[in-house]
Ligand binder design. Structure first.
Ligand code: E4P
Length: 221
């Protein structure tokens, strides 16, 4: 299972890469907005392109860049622009009829896609049929409205297995390590999470306690 970092922060990418925890990065308009300097009303599009270029230079894995257009034509314009930044760019489009139209067009042009804002298994089925490379079901947001995010992942996994779809399941909107654990037990291809959660996967108080005890005994021997 691959782990992606869900962040547009260069500091996070550097730290996550340094820890060996990051195989790829996902960004979205909300994450990039957090990174903009509010005192300098820069051109948002240019800022996003520059940030993507920097992230691609730090991480050789798939880097998701999200389009904000609402028509397939607008999305394709952005897709071409992002794909030209680096070979590891994956273009993110929302799960709408226009988004799926853009996915088909991207597939025909050899541009990889990640279909985002997926909240049902039938939506995932349509994304796979359109030729998406990744589909991103948002488990946390499903749980937030009293749904069962992991049941959604199980359903999508069954459908993709039934029909041998090559589309990767990218578990998104991860809120805690258990989401990653359950995604791994189901066999999802990727989970994307903020750095704090990736670090939680590594840490255990009993490991820290054990290391401290071993060192103490060794020094006292
Ligand atoms: C990643 O691709 C998604 O945009 C992200 O995981 C959404 O997470 P959120 O629901 O915490 O905003």
């Amino acid at each position: 299972m691959q782990l992606f970092l869900d962040s547009a922060s260069l500091k996070d990418v550097r730290e996550g890469m340094g820890l060996g925890l990051v195989d790829g990065v996902t960004t979205n308009p909300s994450l990039i907005a957090k990174e903009r300097d509010a005192s300098r009303p820069a051109d948002a599009r240019r800022h996003y392109r520059e940030r993507l270029k920097e992230i691609c230079a730090l991480c050789p894995g798939p880097i998701s860049a999200e389009t904000v257009g609402t028509t397939a034509t607008e999305m394709m314009r952005e897709a071409e622009e992002y794909a030209a930044i680096a070979e590891n760019i994956v273009v993110k489009v929302v799960l709408t009829a226009e988004g799926l139209r853009a996915v088909r067009e991207c597939a025909a042009r050899g541009i990889r896609t990640n279909v985002t804002l997926c909240f049902s298994a039938t939506q995932a089925l349509l994304a796979a049929r359109a030729g998406a490379d990744y589909v991103s079901p948002f488990v946390g947001r499903v749980d937030d409205v009293s749904g069962d995010g992991m049941a959604l992942i199980r359903d999508i996994a069954t459908i993709f297995e039934n029909y041998n779809f090559a589309t990767h399941i990218l578990v998104a909107s991860v809120r805690h390590p258990r989401h990653v654990l359950e995604a791994a037990l189901i066999g999802a291809d990727v989970a994307t999470a903020p750095l704090a959660i990736l670090k939680q996967l590594l840490a255990h108080p009993l490991t820290d306690k054990g290391v401290a005890a071993f060192l103490k005994d060794w020094e006292g021997a």
